[in-house]
Design a protein around this ligand. Structure first.
Ligand code: SF4
Length: 418
C-alpha cells in the first residue's frame, strides 16, 4: 500500500493520470479502510473546474513601501491575496515582506459594489449627486473636446494638473502617464511643492544646508531613540516597511524608545516605547524647554556647538545679525519677547510635566548614541516648519552626530527641497 501511495503522490498528474490515479487511490482507500469512495466522480468534477493561478503583483499604495503580492486567481476572479515567500526570515532583507491590511483588502475593494466601474457624467447641479452612465468612448471624446476648447481659448497654462492619484510607483498609469499625455498636448500648469513634506523640506536646508538623514537600521547602534510624532507602525507598516527595520534594529541595540505624540499609537505599543502625550503643535516649545535645561544644567557644550554650527550663541552670530538673535538668547529670554523658555514654561504649553522635560534633556545629553527623528504630521500645521527646525537642532546641541547611531532629527525621505 505504501508503494501505491508513493507512486500516487509523486506521479506527474495529467488529466489522464489523475483519473487513472483516482482509481488507484480508490483502491488504496478501499484497502486501507474497507470503505468505497466515489473518487472517479469527484476526479472528473475537479478536472472540469479551471485551475487556480498565481499572478505576481505589487501594492502601489503610496505609503513608501512596495509590498510584493501573490494574487490567486480562478476563472479570472481573485480568490485571495497572499504574501510572497521570504528566503530566510532570519536575515534582514531576505525575510518575508508581509503586506499590511490595506492591500489585503484589495479583493474587497476590487469587487466592492460601490466601486465606480464606468464613466459617469454629471447631469445635475454640482453637489446634487445626479449622474448618468456614459461609455468610455463618450467620456474620452468629451474630455478631449474640453481640453481642445481650453487650449484654443485660454492656452495650455489654463490646464491644471491635480496632484495625486493614491497610486504610485509606475510610469504607465496615474500621475506620470497623465503628465506625459498633457505635455504632449503642449504643456500644463503644474503645482509647487508637496502635501507630504512641504514645510520640512523647505526648512531643512536652513538647518543643514541640504536634506540628510540616517537609515533606520542605524538604530542598531543607538542606546536611546526619541521620535517626535513619528508613527511608523501605522504609516510605514508591513514586513517591507520601516517599522520592521526599526524592530530589527532595536532587537540588536535594545535601545530605550520614547515617542512624543498626541496619540497613543501602534508604534508606542509595538516598539514598547514610553509615550509622552503632547498638545498638538507645541513641539518647538518642548524643544525649547529641553534646551533651556541643557543650558541651565551646563549640559550644552558651547565650544563644541560653536565649532560645528552657526547661531547658537552671540559669539557665533554672523556680523549682520541683530543683537540677542541667537538661539541661546531666545531660549534664555534675551530676545525681544523677554520670555525665558524654562521647562515650566514649556510644560504649560505642551502639557508634559516640567520634571519629565528636564529628565528628557538629561537623557538625550547623556546617551552615547541618541537617535532623534520626527514624522511629518507636526509640519502640517501653520508655522509647522518651526517645530521641524527645532527638533533638527537637538542632535547638534546634544552632540549626537558624527558617530554610529544618531540621526539628524529629520526623516530620511526628502533629500532636496521641492
Ligand atoms: S505596507 Fe501596506 S499599503 Fe504599503 S505597500 Fe505594503 S501593503 Fe501596500
Amino acid at each position: 500500500m505504501r508503494k501505491a501511495l508513493n507512486t500516487l503522490l509523486t506521479e506527474k498528474l495529467t488529466r489522464r493520470t489523475f483519473l487513472n490515479s483516482s482509481g488507484k487511490a480508490a483502491a488504496v482507500g478501499a484497502v486501507a479502510t474497507s470503505t468505497t469512495f466515489p473518487f472517479t466522480a469527484s476526479a472528473e468534477t475537479s478536472a472540469q473546474a479551471s485551475k487556480e493561478e498565481v499572478k505576481y503583483s505589487a501594492c502601489l499604495v503610496n505609503c513608501g513601501s512596495r509590498c510584493p503580492l501573490k494574487v490567486h486567481v480562478k476563472d479570472g476572479v481573485i480568490s485571495y491575496i497572499d504574501s510572497e515567500d521570504g528566503i530566510n526570515d532570519e536575515v534582514f532583507g531576505e525575510h518575508q515582506i508581509t503586506p499590511c491590511l490595506r492591500v489585503r483588502a484589495n479583493r474587497y475593494k476590487t469587487y466592492n459594489h460601490d466601486r465606480i466601474k464606468s464613466p459617469l457624467l454629471r447631469v445635475g447641479k454640482r453637489g446634487e449627486g445626479k449622474f448618468k452612465k456614459i461609455s468610455w468612448d463618450e467620456a474620452t471624446t468629451l474630455i478631449a473636446d474640453k481640453l481642445k476648447y481650453t487650449i484654443e481659448k485660454h492656452g495650455n497654462e489654463a490646464i491644471f494638473y491635480q496632484y495625486g492619484t493614491g497610486c504610485n510607483g509606475g510610469n504607465i498609469h496615474g500621475r506620470n502617464a497623465m503628465r506625459r499625455f498633457l505635455s504632449s498636448t503642449g504643456g500644463y500648469l503644474n503645482y509647487h511643492n508637496s502635501y507630504s513634506t512641504a514645510q520640512i523640506s523647505r526648512i531643512e536646508p536652513f538647518v543643514y544646508g541640504k536634506g540628510h538623514g540616517s537609515f533606520m537600521s542605524e538604530i542598531a547602534n543607538s542606546d536611546l531613540v526619541v521620535m517626535f510624532c513619528q508613527n511608523l507602525a501605522e504609516t510605514r507598516m508591513s514586513g517591507g516597511g520601516q517599522i520592521y527595520e526599526v524592530l530589527q534594529a532595536l532587537e540588536k541595540s535594545q535601545a530605550k524608545v520614547i515617542i512624543i505624540d498626541p496619540r497613543y499609537t501602534d508604534s508606542s505599543i509595538g516598539l514598547n516605547a514610553e509615550w509622552l502625550p503632547i498638545r498638538p503643535g507645541t513641539d518647538a516649545a518642548l524643544v525649547a524647554g529641553i534646551v533651556h535645561t541643557l543650558v541651565d544644567e551646563g549640559l550644552a557644550d558651547d565650544d563644541f556647538i560653536n565649532k560645528y554650527a552657526t547661531g547658537w550663541d552671540e559669539d557665533n552670530l554672523p556680523a549682520t545679525a541683530p543683537k540677542n538673535s541667537s538661539y541661546k538668547s531666545y531660549i534664555m529670554g534675551k530676545y525681544n519677547d523677554g520670555i525665558e523658555k524654562t521647562a515650566e514654561w514649556a510644560a504649560d504649553l505642551t502639557r508634559i510635566p516640567a520634571a519629565r522635560i528636564r529628565q528628557l534633556a538629561r537623557e538625550m545629553a547623556s546617551a552615547n548614541n541618541a537617535w532623534i527623528s520626527q514624522g511629518w504630521g507636526l509640519q502640517r500645521t501653520a508655522n509647522g516648519e518651526q517645530g521641524c527646525r527645532s527638533i533638527m537642532m537637538l542632535p547638534v546641541i546634544t552632540k549626537q552626530f558624527g558617530k554610529p547611531g544618531p540621526n539628524t532629527g529629520d526623516w530620511l525621505y526628502h533629500e532636496e527641497p521641492y
